[in-house]
Write a protein that binds this ligand. Structure first.
Ligand SMILES: [Fe+2]
Length: 282
């Protein structure tokens, strides 16, 4: 029997927080805009407290829990699961190309570059899974092929764990940057990821359990598609008929992002998916 060190929430949480803290972000928010947004957020809290008659016990538990979210490194997880989908929605309305979805906390820049057709780095145990082959083309809004565009792909293994965050998985496993050919075409071989629960042993998971919600995300691939002079897309692709599609804990599914693979003569699961990018000045 193989004993695997299951990744803990604190382990993957700290990795996600350290990864995010590597860069210093700024926003040109005016004092007026900041004041208006903060006032509305506080008014929302006040209304909620009045409506539910929030008790001192509940207030103290909230403070304690917020401290634990920070200490457990789970702010990226908590915000990406419950808030990012709304940010993505607001910021993608103007685009006409392929639909975006949330990035989530498990992206790592600099995945190994692979020319098409590509096979993602994988372990012997990953190779025991049914091969999953995705091919297609990257074009601009006019349908012109985007040669040399890149598809960064990262996804969980068949047990729902990500390399770079789960200590038992080698770096860059099931991650890669695929470069399209002269016609903007790509082909990649990987395995189908499994649905996974967001970490349940930390404060985010404890909150979900206390509220009687479920922590599952449907099986998905994460992608970031980029090309010169085009607006990059960050998105996720899901599998038609898969579990949890209608109740994704991160509310990040969209009907346009469903894959419907078929089985080819060699028993492999194969699907085509094309990406369309908006121009940078959209
Ligand atoms: Fe994910």
């Amino acid at each position: 029997m193989t004993i695997i060190d299951s990744p803990t929430a604190i382990g993957s949480g700290s990795a996600a927080t350290d990864n995010f803290k590597g860069e210093r972000f700024t926003a040109d928010t005016s004092p007026e805009r900041l004041s208006a947004m903060a006032s509305e957020a506080l008014a929302g809290f006040s209304a909620l407290i009045q409506k539910f008659g929030v008790t001192y016990d509940e207030y103290r538990v909230l403070k304690q829990w917020l401290i634990e979210v920070g200490e457990g490194g789970e702010w990226p997880l908590l915000l990406d699961v419950f808030v990012e989908h709304e940010i993505e929605d607001v910021n993608s309305r103007k685009f006409k190309g392929t639909k975006g979805s949330i990035e989530g906390p498990y992206y790592l820049p600099g995945a190994p570059e692979l020319s098409s057709p590509a096979t993602l780095p994988m372990r012997p145990e990953d190779r025991k899974q049914t091969p999953f082959i995705m091919r297609g083309q990257v074009t601009d809004l006019e349908g012109e092929p985007l040669a040399g565009s890149t598809i960064e792909l990262w996804h969980a293994d068949a047990e729902g764990y990500y390399s770079g965050f789960a200590p038992h998985i080698p770096d860059w496993n099931l991650r890669g940057t695929i470069v399209t050919d002269r016609e903007g075409r790509y082909e990649l071989t990987t395995i189908a990821p499994a649905p996974y629960q967001i970490p349940t042993d930390g404060p985010t998971g404890q909150f979900i359990e206390a509220a009687g919600w479920h922590p599952w995300r449907p099986a998905h691939l994460h992608l970031r598609v980029s090309a010169e002079n085009q607006h990059p897309i960050i998105t996720q692709l899901y599998f038609a008929g898969g579990e949890w599609l209608d109740s994704d804990v991160a509310s990040a599914t969209k009907p346009e992002l469903l894959l419907n693979p078929h089985t080819d003569d060699c028993g492999r699961n194969v699907v085509r998916y094309d990406f369309t990018l908006d121009p940078l000045d959209a």
